[in-house]
Design a protein around this ligand. Structure first.
Ligand code: BMA
Length: 397
């Protein structure tokens, strides 16, 4: 009995060891940790931004605002102005810009009437003050020339081999030409957090679920970045992957089905708005605080496991009708989960000028209902504005 029992025990232990060893192997094959930007040829400042943001994310959340320097609810194109600064005393730590229409021949302004020459100057000013720049692109549908919301299927025609491939690369050429002009006076390219083909697990854009297969989405993403890196020699981009959150639009499964791979991504985040539809009440928004905290915690763990930077890439509550929204909803959600606090930044959407688009703003302006509470939110030690940033572009800072 004994003679039989021991070899069996040894065999069993060996078996267990082999199972664990192969699991560990699978795990390390699936989840590769990266220590630098996905682009191995990233510029010195871009590499520094990646390292510094990753480090800062452990203790702070940078506050960002879309189109902050271009216009506010009550003003358009007035040098030095910013709704965020006028309420909180500093410019935001992150500036969001949108290059929609940049791909169209002869375009001088984006789809929201922001002139590209002005945008370049504002990007330069923000960078020189130490702020971060992120950029989205609501690219027109290359098949129909309709806008980004024209969901006519486009990928098969614009990918390599498709009959509109050249039309697509012409758009990338125009985008690349603009990116190349984003540099300081001494010629240093300004690092840009580029957020291509965003919100794709929803189906409202031509690059979104239902209008593109996950395979073609991944091809579109990787082709675009390879083209910009290798054909155009652009090495000042960090790439932000921003589908909908893990609780919306196909959830975690869609989140990863469309993932283009660690070689094409530096920042992993999601876009999620508080007013998912008009029927969402203030009570429902309050009830969702801890769910949002869990979702942010999830994305933090996913990004960290891969050596990437987690972020809340786009959010907001339109017209901010809840007075204590900033501390009692947004900050509370971020603090409600032990991992969620490690998101690197949160970007709220634009403050459309009231004469152009009424009732479309996501940051307060002086006198707005949530203004005082926003000041409290930005005074919290966790939240950073531009005037509290260390030098994000200095290596080994
Ligand atoms: C949307 C809205 C639109 C705008 C677009 C691109 O969310 O704000 O009014 O044109 O973003 O900035």
């Amino acid at each position: 009995m004994k003679a039989i029992k021991f070899p069996l025990l040894y065999l069993g232990m060996l078996g267990l060891f082999l199972v664990f060893a192969s699991c560990a192997k699978t795990e390390s094959r699936e989840v590769q940790v990266s220590n630098g930007p996905a682009d191995p040829n990233a510029t010195t400042e871009t590499k520094a931004l990646f390292a510094n943001l990753k480090k800062l994310a452990k203790d702070h959340v940078l506050y960002g605002h879309q189109d902050d320097l271009a216009y506010g609810v009550k003003w358009i194109n007035e040098p030095g102005r910013s709704d965020v600064k006028e309420v909180a005393g500093s410019y935001p730590a992150v500036y969001g810009w949108e290059v929609g229409d940049i791909g169209n021949e002869g375009a001088t302004e984006n789809l929201d009437h922001v002139n590209f020459n002005n945008m370049r100057e504002w990007i330069k000013q923000g960078y020189q003050r130490g702020g971060l720049i992120t950029m989205s692109w609501h690219m027109d549908n290359p098949v129909t020339d309709g806008d980004a919301w024209d969901t006519t299927r486009a990928a098969p025609q614009i990918l390599p081999g498709g009959k509109l491939h050249k039309k697509f690369t012409d758009k990338l050429d125009r985008f690349a030409a603009f990116i190349k002009t984003l540099k300081t006076d001494d010629g240093t390219p300004i690092p840009i957090i580029f957020r291509p083909f965003h919100e794709h697990t929803g189906s409202w854009f031509w690059w979104g679920a239902g209008n593109i297969t996950p395979e073609n989405y991944k091809k579109l993403y990787s082709f675009t970045l390879d083209y910009l890196r290798n054909k155009k020699g652009i090495h000042n981009l960090l790439i932000a992957y921003s589908p909908s959150g893990p609780g919306n639009h196909g959830g975690k499964e869609a989140f990863w089905n469309f993932y283009p791979g660690n070689d094409y991504v530096d920042i992993i985040g999601f876009d999620s708005y508080f007013h998912f539809s008009d029927s969402v009440t203030q009570d429902e928004i309050r009830q969702n605080v801890s769910t949002l905290g869990q979702h942010l915690g999830w994305v933090v763990r996913q990004a960290e496991q891969r050596g990437k930077i987690p972020a809340f890439t786009e959010t907001g509550l339109n017209t901010i009708p809840i007075e204590n929204f900033w501390t009692d909803i947004l900050l509370k959600a971020i603090k409600s989960n032990p991992d969620a606090k490690r998101i690197a930044y949160v970007l709220t959407w634009r403050n459309a000028n009231e004469n152009r688009m009424k009732g479309h703003y996501f940051a307060p302006y002086p006198g707005q209902k949530s203004a005082e509470n926003f000041k409290k939110f930005t005074d919290d030690p966790l939240i950073l504005l531009e005037n509290e940033l260390p030098d994000m572009y200095k290596p080994n800072n």
